[in-house]
Structure formats: structure tokens, C-alpha cells
Design a protein around this ligand. Structure first.
Ligand code: ADP
Length: 227
């Protein structure tokens, strides 16, 4: 069974300037199977981030369904959606989104503590070691380089062992070499944990590392490629 099924998904918003509607996504259909890696590619403004936000249950669609492990997220109320997100979904952002007043270790502990995990500190320490930051546990985000901050964000996303990891341009704020290391790390963790990865990227060489590439053009899904 697919872990993600997107069926007839459309999203429109009111365009205040000309009193018309703006179509952000139009009749999107695709399925993602457990452990797969999918790259969402396409020009800027084609709807990639909108789609990722919908997959995360952070936004509402105009029509259509998104089934996560068979459950339509739009049938769930806010609390149930947050619960599903907490149990199933990790998110890595372009801008890292670490809490500046917390250390690297505390940032990674947060989702575990929210879940009520007892040994949050041990798990967070272990995963920070896995991403090569065992010597940076007590550093605050501003004391870390961009690549290190993204590694903390990746550790935070993987720590609760989500079934699905959504990543929105995770290398967008990094130089090429650092970006490549981050992507390698994402794929390694994806394989080790059997996580399903949905990655938005502009970078075709990164997209090619995924099992499948789905291209969005003007809010519509174009031809799918594999590789
Ligand atoms: P991408 O991630 O592919 O660059 P986005 O999903 O961010 O594209 O945006 C798709 C288009 O929708 C863009 O033209 C963007 O300006 C527009 N857009 C996104 N969200 C809204 C919104 N809430 N209201 C109006 N326009 C929006």
C-alpha cells in the first residue's frame, strides 16, 4: 500500500488584485511507496512548496484528497492532524528553523520530549553523533555554520523516526560542497531508517539521486522520470 496517495488535489487562492482566483495546484495525482525517495522539481513558482505544505497537513486544499497511511488528512481536525504529523512526518526547511535560544542538543530533544520519550537526551546525542556533530552538542545555532545547522535540523527531523521526511530546498542556503554533503547525509539516513523522502529541489543533480522525479509546471504534474 502506498504511504502517500494524492488524488485529484487542487489548490486555489483568491487573487485580491484582480478579484479572480489563482490556481496554485491543479488535479495532482501520485502515490509514494514506503522507503521511496521522490524529488519534486520544476521552475520557481510552479507550486512545489504549496504541495509540500499540503502533504505536511499545514494547509488546506480546495479539492482532492491526501491519504497518509490510508487516512485522508483533510478529514482530520487540527488536533488529529497535528498528532498524525507528530507520529509520521519530519520536516527539513531551507532556512533550518532551529530555535536560537536552545543548544543543538536541546533542539533535537524537543520533538522527542513532545512525544513523551523518556531517553530523549540519549537519542538526541546519538543522532547528533550520527550526523557528525558529537563535538557541537552544547553549541547554539549562531555558533554553528550553515551546514552544521542543517545537520542539526536533519538530526531533529530523524530523531522521532518519522515514516515520511519532507524537505523543502534543504540545500538552498548552503554552498555547493556543503549542500552535496547534506544531500548525501539525507539519502544515507533515508536508507538506514527506511524513511520515505519527498524532496523539493531546483538542483537536477540532486533530484537524479532520488528514485523518481515528479515535475510540476504551472501547478500541474508533468512527465515523470526515474533515475
Ligand atoms: P515553488 O515552491 O514551486 O517555487 P510555490 O508553491 O511557493 O512555488 O508557489 C506557487 C505560486 O503560488 C507562486 O506564484 C506563489 O507566489 C503563489 N502563492 C503561493 N502561496 C500563495 C498564497 N497563499 N496566496 C497567493 N499566492 C500564493
Amino acid at each position: 500500500m502506498p504511504i502517500v496517495q494524492v488524488e485529484g488535489l487542487s489548490k486555489q487562492v483568491a487573487n485580491v488584485s484582480d478579484n479572480d482566483t489563482l490556481v496554485l495546484l491543479q488535479n495532482i495525482n501520485f502515490s509514494v511507496y514506503p522507503g521511496e525517495s521522490i524529488a519534486l522539481i520544476g521552475p520557481s513558482g510552479s507550486g512545489k512548496s504549496t504541495l509540500l505544505g499540503l502533504l505536511a497537513g499545514l494547509d488546506d486544499a480546495t479539492s482532492g484528497r491526501i491519504l497518509i497511511a490510508g487516512k485522508n488528512i483533510f478529514d482530520l481536525d487540527e488536533d488529529a492532524r497535528a498528532k498524525l504529523r507528530g507520529e509520521m512526518i519530519g520536516f527539513v526547511f531551507q532556512s533550518f528553523q532551529l530555535l536560537s535560544s536552545l543548544t543543538a542538543l536541546e533542539n533535537v530533544m524537543i520533538p522527542l520530549e513532545i512525544m513523551g520519550v523518556n531517553d530523549a537526551r540519549d537519542i538526541a546525542t546519538r543522532i547528533l553523533g550520527r550526523v557528525g556533530l558529537e563535538h557541537r552538542l552544547q553549541h547554539y545555532p549562531k555558533q554553528l555554520s550553515g551546514g552544521e545547522q542543517q545537520r542539526v535540523a536533519i538530526a531533529r527531523a530523524f530523531a522521532p523516526e518519522p515514516k515520511i521526511l519532507l524537505a523543502d530546498e534543504p540545500t538552498g542556503n548552503l554552498d555547493r560542497v556543503t549542500g552535496k554533503r547534506i544531500i548525501d547525509l539525507l539519502y544515507e539516513l533515508n536508507k538506514e531508517h527506511g524513511t520515505t523522502l519527498v524532496l523539493v529541489t531546483h538542483d537536477e543533480s540532486l533530484a537524479e539521486k532520488c528514485d523518481r522525479q515528479l515535475e510540476l509546471i504551472d501547478g500541474q504534474l508533468g512527465v515523470e522520470s526515474r533515475g
